[in-house]
Design a protein around this ligand. Structure first.
Ligand code: URA
Ligand code: URA
Length: 332
């Protein structure tokens, strides 16, 4: 009797969980789902340590007890990561110790540390051979640097002309050990006003996409190729992109995500250097220095053409399945 009651309670939680996922999927324009019952999606203890929530098929395939621990894990992980807050960080002068107010959150665990910042990123140069990107050198990983070091290096950046028109620098945010990272193009008006990436309408849709694969925004790392809003939301110029991109590449090196989703043409071309467009390459895993990269449509594009949501959902299922299956070899 007690067992029956317990089982009923667990089943109710599973059903509620699935209903919640279904609501997100409807918002995403997904009409039907293939639930695969696949024993290989069961995650080992290592995965539980990383506390990646399972995807809808896993919930169906799993025992209620797993669904319960999934919730507990997701909550504990989310709970342990305070949401990123807007912060003002004073850029240090060369050789000066950089300080971050101690009430600031996640990345500010070490409140005072010497900046390992290298000299400012050199400006791109137009040469006979096109735009030379001396920042390739600047984007080389710097041993032992932290996300905070990178943030301090960026400071109140004036390395490119976008600094003239922006309100504030919009830095990346998210879990410092995220398994999944999203990369967008550049902040829009809402992001420029709030100082956080993907908080406008496209950001709301991105949140739904994240939730549809059974994850929470807090466990993901989100950044843009450019951190300052271009006037009228124009595409950043190659020079602007190559001035800012090294900071993103350094963040990738620190976070070491297993998968990066590049959103739209600009993000994809800047990270992968591809000539092909997003319509051609989306849905197929690409490689960035050994990291799986999934190109998909930008959520702003999906808002303009909702019929493309179906393709993005297909792409995101590949990401979800890869993450669910790659935990065996994961060392994080
Ligand atoms: N679009 C982007 O590419 N990035 C943002 O942060 C917001 C909208
Ligand atoms: N063009 C883009 O830049 N992004 C998309 O997502 C689709 C078309």
């Amino acid at each position: 009797m007690k067992d029956t009651l317990q089982l009923r309670g667990m089943l109710r939680i599973v059903v509620e969980d699935v209903a919640e996922q279904a609501a997100y999927l409807r918002e995403l324009g997904v009409e039907s789902l293939e639930y695969e019952i696949n024993a290989t999606t069961l995650q080992p203890a290592e995965a539980a340590r990383r506390a990646t929530p399972l995807s809808p098929p896993d919930v169906i395939a799993s025992t209620p007890a797993r669904a319960l621990s999934r919730n507990a894990n997701a909550e504990s992980r989310a709970g342990s990561v305070p949401p990123m807050q807007k912060r003002s960080v004073t850029a240090p002068r060369v050789g000066e110790a950089a300080t971050v107010p101690s009430d600031q959150t996640d990345m500010a665990k070490q409140t005072t540390r010497k900046s390992t910042a290298a000299p400012d990123t050199p400006a791109p140069m137009e040469t006979l051979f096109g735009i030379v990107t001396p920042m390739d050198e600047a984007s080389l990983p710097r041993p032992d640097e932290t996300l905070e070091d990178i943030r301090l290096d960026i400071g109140e950046c004036v390395r490119c002309p976008l600094s003239q028109s922006r309100h504030q620098v919009v830095n990346s945010e998210g879990h410092p050990n995220a398994r999944l990272m999203f990369v967008g193009e550049a902040p829009g008006a809402d992001e420029d006003a709030q100082g956080r990436p993907f908080v406008g309408r496209a950001g709301q849709l991105l949140n739904k996409i994240i939730e549809a694969i059974g994850m929470k925004r807090e466990e993901i790392f989100i950044g843009n190729v450019n951190r300052c809003r271009p006037p009228q939301n124009r595409t950043p110029t190659p020079a602007e992109a190559s001035t800012c991109k090294p900071f993103l590449l350094r963040e990738i090196d620190v976070v070491k995500p297993e998968v990066i989703v590049v959103l739209g043409n600009t993000a994809m071309k800047n990270l992968l250097g591809t000539k092909e467009g997003i319509t051609k390459l989306r849905g197929e895993f690409q490689d960035y220095r050994g990291i799986k990269v999934m190109p998909t449509f930008h959520p702003a594009y999906l808002l303009r053409d909702p019929s493309k949501k179906r393709e993005t959902w297909d792409d995101m299922k590949k990401v979800r399945d890869y993450l669910n299956h790659s935990t065996v070899t994961s060392d994080k």
